[in-house]
Write a protein that binds this ligand. Structure first.
Ligand SMILES: [Zn+2]
Length: 210
């Protein structure tokens, strides 16, 4: 049976924490998949999310052409008589982009959450950047040489890899379910000018009473 995380907060008894939250692993894998939605690749959309030992996200990326190489001008084809007209010579994989996008000094001892098992080229960069663990979702290229080579290198270098089994079949973000109007129940922050005016009024009233 399909289970999903509700997109909006469910009612909990007053004073008790919510129990229907997503766990850390779901959170980071979902971030990888959200990043993949940015990919312009018509055949494969991959996202990657790098998390440090303190469970903080330090890099996110998705597959795409390098900066300055237009999505409209470079080829997205998977096959052509001319190799220069295929995407393979140009595209940067999500793993590499996530590492290069890091907002920390390095990604040493980090974990990478990625939609698809890394290829051999990404595996080299993952190992060299000292990422310690890879959590992946799909291993659809398991029999291909680039995946076999990647696993051989991960095994030799001691990089742990684990296939992710999602506890929920869906994580839904439905903006239409959010009751924006109820936000009006939050007391509005008084404007500073009004606060000053009210304080002055109280001071004058106090003086007049005295
Ligand atoms: Zn790759």
């Amino acid at each position: 049976m399909a289970t999903s995380v509700p997109s909006t907060q469910q009612q909990q008894p007053a004073g008790q924490k919510r129990k229907d939250t997503i766990d850390w692993t779901e959170y980071f894998m979902a971030m990888a998949f959200l990043a993949a939605k940015r990919s312009k690749d018509p055949s494969t959309q991959v996202g990657a999310c790098i998390v440090n030992e303190e469970k903080r996200v330090v890099g996110i990326g998705y597959n795409g052409f390098p900066t300055g190489c237009s999505d409209d001008e470079f080829p997205w084809s998977k096959s052509s008589i001319n190799p220069l007209e295929t995407k393979y010579l140009y595209v940067c994989h999500a793993e590499v982009n996530a590492i290069l996008n890091k907002n920390s000094t390095d990604v040493k001892n980090c974990t990478m959450y990625v939609a698809l098992f890394p290829c051999n080229e990404c595996a080299k960069i993952i190992i060299q950047s000292s990422i310690r663990e890879v959590v992946y979702m799909s291993d659809k290229h398991a029999l291909k040489e680039h995946t076999v080579a990647a696993k051989r290198m991960f095994d030799a270098a001691g990089v742990k890899y684990t296939q992710y089994k999602p506890p929920h079949s869906q994580i839904v973000i439905d903006f239409t379910e959010i009751d924006w109007d109820s936000l009006n129940q939050v007391p509005a922050t008084p404007k500073k000018d009004n606060m000053n005016a009210e304080a002055e009024l109280r001071r004058v009233e106090k003086l007049s009473i005295e």
